[in-house]
Design a binder for this molecule. Sequence first.
Ligand code: UTP
Length: 292
Amino acid sequence: MDVRKAVIPAAGLGTRFLPATKAVPKEMLPIVDTPAIQFVVEEAVRAGITDVLIVTGRGKGPIEDHFDRSVELEVFLEEKGKFDELKQVVAISDMAGIHYIRQKEAAGLGHAVSLARDHVNGEPFAVLLGDDLIHPSVPLLEEMIGVSEEREASVIAAMKVPPEDISLYGCITPEVLDEQLSRVVRVVEKPPVAEAASNLAAIGRYVFTPDIFDAIARTEPGHGGEIQLTDAINIVAQETSVYAYSFESGRYDVGNRLDYLKAMVTFALERDDVGPGLRSWLAELAKRERLV
Ligand code: UTP
């Protein structure tokens, strides 16, 4: 069955990015002028997704406003003859069928995904974390959907991280099948570095078969007292098969301050408007600060 639905959990509290995230959802933090979550929706659409369910929570209203029509703004832009800007804001609300469900408390990523059960309605589906940015040149989700359809199984994205960082991620014990593909033998949420079985981390892109919902329903609160998606994936990996699809670069965790800055600079350098100016300023800065 084609994967046409995606779930974007965006109900987390964003405590790593306070104080900005006290009143602004971290998924709305801009990369130059575009909220991170818009890139995530565009990535889903490029991979063939036509139906997106965003899991929101308290204070996440700006996400809904962003993907909604803004008639007042449209009339204003039309009157001022700002037609490029008008096209841009209308296109945002036309990207895909976008739906919302509210997670009443941040009870964990697994809990957030479980709320999508009725909406997904027995189909395979993708999950994209709303604060994880994948560079548009990396066709990760398309490729994962291909593997999931071929193997008729769930597929999670994986990336090698520095060994000391593995305790920030789900840690995968892989049975390597080829350069990019492994079978997940086991996956453990945020293990202490000394107990980590590998430095292969689960990254915020997933393609699930519907059996993930039964697994989440059987998942007890885990790390941090939250219902962890990783623990549910581990159940499916033990009972049937889950695959890990590895990629190497082009991922930014917008909830992490340094990664956010890297995303901003990388994306800005590639733009025609601000790119050239930023490039020459960075070159001057590097000289002045003796960076190179
Ligand atoms: P994170 O752990 O990165 O998000 O969850 P967080 O809790 O918002 O961030 P910090 O660690 O406090 O800074 C990964 C994704 O899962 C969503 C988040 O919105 C984020 O996109 N999430 C997490 C939920 O939707 N619900 C939850 O209960 C937890």
